[in-house]
Ligand binder design. Sequence first.
Ligand code: NI
Length: 269
Amino acid sequence: MSTQNHKALFGALWNDYLAITPDADAIHEEFKALGDDTIINDHIALRTFNEGSINLENIGKHLEQFGYYAAGEYHFEEKKLYAKHFQHESDEDAPKIFVSELLLEEFSAELQMFCRGLIAEANWNIRKDGLSLPSRPWGKITREAYERLLEESEYAAWLAAFGLRANHFTVSVNKLRDMKNLETVNQFLKDKGFELNTSGGEIKGNEDVCLKQSATMANIVDWEFNGGKHPIRSCFYEFAERFPMENGELYQGFVAASADKIFESTNAA
Ligand code: NI
């Protein structure tokens, strides 16, 4: 049974996200101007490490308090990630939550040692922190450490810099009032001057896999490192259009091949 209000959790995650994703606010304003007063989110995504108090298993337990249950699992061999998605037990408009974790043991000894230092600092107590996720449960890293991580894993570098913030929120295109397909949304965004992620094509997925997704390229923000500020890619905004399965119900899962390309929306280059 759900005991905590998931809306409070999303409110906190949204504010954290908006602070470093100015595009999301700007796009909301554009949608509102078209008459979409309430934007329904299809899902959000969180990144973490596969060890310690903040691993996927523990985050999953935390989400259970809000009425979420694990509904699918995914493997990303090239990026060395394992992921699950969580759905709400009763609120159909509650965003799904996609949580991936970096498989530390598959990386260099240097990366493992550095990330284990962050994990040791995290010391997150699920029961004590009842309502929110710690946005970054460790101290500021240095720019040098960030660059070293980036050489091995863009994901590790992003996670070390930003922590458990939502890496992206995702607009449910099915629930927009006027723009009823992803092609229209993408054209609208480009006309308004937003940059889309073109890795694997602007649209990832298709009707056959019952899911089409697109994403903006992550915003570049002046991020506070230990030693000074430096501009890096932060978070992006995603758009998802879902299609019915053979039984007529809208598909609610994710497509690993598409998510794999979406991860590249935070690539530094
Ligand atoms: Ni996503």
